[in-house]
Design a protein around this ligand. Structure first.
Ligand code: ZN
Length: 573
């Protein structure tokens, strides 16, 4: 843009003419930088499309932390400042929205989730996040009534620790609810599943079938008959006989469905943490049909890395809606299903240290390939042993082939100690700890013990060490509601009032930062989004109450009134 154009656009604005005069040779940026209460971004368009005014806008921009109004042009913030100043940009055709004094934050960034797969599940399966076995039976029965006999009836998000019955689902529960359809229900953690008799028969499993390597077929202790539950690699028996006949449209519809669910809670960006080429296509399809309501940073599972590298693809390819993310590796087990690899055993299970999923050599071999091809790497590492192993691989990669700013990611990075934190800091690595687990999965915390909880989901330790940690749900295993993340991180208190790991509490301001600008940094997009400042993408959330004035124990009840991504309202209550 030429100086003349800049001068014309500024001089056409009466507000700016009342400020100090601009002399020849002063750039627009320098000129604007001298106006304290008001900052503009030098877009070529001379007027905004939309102005939001009379708000309490918490920007997460250190240079201008609070504002009252924003002007938006072509999907980006054009001006941020006081209402009286920004309203001077009003011109014929500019839409105005009065925020009524409501609190506005940058749109939330969920740095680790599984939205595309979850969307497909919500589209095709029964949501079994219910509080009694009879409620689950009723939901499955209802779905079966609408499903031709013999066809699959599938459920997901069942959680054995959250039903009032005090016992897990069993084969008899499922047989009595749905006898004539093969039934399968996944645990929300994703590592175990439950089936009725017909499904076991279809899969060719009976009570004499031996456990496969790395898997388990559970039996009733008293009778020796199938209990209905299978774990880990035994799930593959069923996967072989469930037709995976999702169409290209189904995948797009799944993204459309989950888009609405995320937008309702204030999320404007999410990392697809176990993405595949199919997910990448689904995101592009949903973007093109106008159904994608959050910006997707799509990781690629290591199994696809050769073909991606062969096609010349690397992290960062894409646009502001769909972008290729890191290569995903998996080092150890899960927190919610108590299989993370720990240096000290689980409480009450003296021989159980959890599991390692990939060997260090495998992690290194895949990691090296991706590192040399310019990929970011995100490795699932929950337990302290898993994190130590992953860091050793990252340190070796940087030692052998140093790369500027690789931003290695530690997906979850749950159980830490001082040594691990120092190494994370030295590498500039990014942890993505579970944000809602303390609040939502309190009943699972006792397996880790009170002392260990002071070193889990360790946001206080990360922030004190100057490490950029993010907000992350891991949905479906964890809930994705950003206000729940804030409450969990600030109070470290579960739904029953138990406090877990009080040393790791952070402030509301820190939790918002973790959920916005830090998430942008984790995907190399800190200059594009994560704060409300001129030139950045117009992603924001309007809240019904101010989280900075709220009782921290009721943060989760703050309603989201509106969500905007790129100047489009993706949710309006
Ligand atoms: Zn995950």
């Amino acid at each position: 843009m030429t100086l003349a154009l800049a001068q014309r656009s500024i001089r056409s604005n009466p507000l700016l003419l009342t400020k100090e005069p601009m002399t020849d040779g002063t750039t627009r940026r320098e000129f604007l930088g001298s106006i304290a209460a008001f900052s503009l971004f030098p877009l070529e368009q001379e007027k905004p499309d939309l102005i939001l005014h009379n708000g309490h806008i918490v920007t997460m921009n250190a240079a201008e932390p609070l504002a009252e109004a924003v002007a938006i042009s072509r999907g980006r913030f054009f001006a941020v400042g006081k209402s009286a100043d920004v309203m001077n940009l009003v011109a014929p055709g500019v839409r105005k929205v009065d925020l009524g004094g409501k609190t506005v934050l940058p749109g939330f960034i969920d740095a680790h989730s599984h939205p595309a797969a979850a969307g497909l599940s919500h589209l095709r399966m029964v949501d079994c996040d219910l509080r009694s076995i009879s409620a689950i039976q009723a939901a499955m029965r209802e779905r079966a009534a609408k499903t031709p006999a013999g066809e699959w009836v599938l459920g997901f998000k069942y959680d054995d620790t959250k039903t009032e019955d005090g016992r897990p689902l069993n084969i008899a529960d499922l047989d009595s609810a749905v006898p004539d359809h093969p039934v399968g229900i996944q645990h929300r953690g994703g590592h175990t599943g439950y089936a009725n008799s017909l499904r076991f028969r279809k899969a060719g499993i009976d009570e004499k079938t031996p456990d496969p390597p790395g898997g388990k077929i559970d039996h009733d202790q008293a009778t020796g008959k199938l209990s209905g539950r299978v774990a880990e690699s035994a799930l593959a028996f069923f996967e072989k006989v469930i037709p995976q006949n999702f169409t290209r449209d189904d995948h797009r519809e799944g993204v459309k469905l989950i888009s609405k669910m995320l937008a309702r809670t204030g999320i404007t960006s999410a990392t697809e943490a176990q993405g595949t080429p199919t997910d990448l296509r689904a995101y592009q399809d949903a973007r093109d049909s106008g159904d994608l309501l959050y910006r997707a940073y799509c990781f690629i599972n290591y199994r696809f890395i050769d073909s991606m590298i062969g096609a010349g693809v690397r992290t960062g390819l894409g646009d502001e809606w769909v972008r290729v993310g890191a290569m995903k590796l998996v080092c150890d087990g899960s927190i919610s299903e108590r299989t993370a690899r720990l240096s000290a055993p689980y409480e009450g299970r003296p021989d159980d240290y959890g599991i390692l999923v990939m060997t260090e050599e495998e992690l290194y071999a895949y990691g090296r390939k991706a590192h040399l091809a310019g990929w970011q790497i995100g490795t699932h590492a929950n337990g302290d042993v898993g994190i130590d192993t992953t860091l050793r691989v990252y340190e070796r990669l940087q030692r052998e082939s140093p790369r500027h700013d690789p931003r290695f990611r530690l997906e979850h990075c749950t159980v830490v100690n001082d040594n691990l934190i120092a190494r994370i800091k030295a590498l500039g690595a990014i942890p993505t700890p579970f944000s809602t687990y303390v609040y939502y999965h309190g009943e699972k915390m006792r397996y880790y013990g009170a002392e260990r909880l002071n070193h889990m989901f360790a946001l206080r330790s990360f922030l004190d060490a100057g490490i950029c940690a993010t907000q992350a749900s891991d949905y479906p295993p964890g809930e994705f509601i950003p206000m729940m993340a804030l409450q969990s991180e600030v109070t470290r208190t579960d739904t029953k009032g138990n406090v877990w790991g009080t040393k790791q509490k952070i402030t509301v301001e820190e939790a918002v930062r973790v959920g916005t600008i830090n998430g942008a940094y984790a995907s190399y997009e800190e200059n594009l989004k994560g704060s409300i400042e001129p030139g950045k993408l117009a992603d924001l959330v309007v809240l019904g109450r101010d989280p900075f004035k709220e009782n921290p124990l009721t943060l989760v009840t703050i309603p989201v009134e509106r969500t905007m991504a790129g100047s489009r309202w993706t949710f309006e209550s």
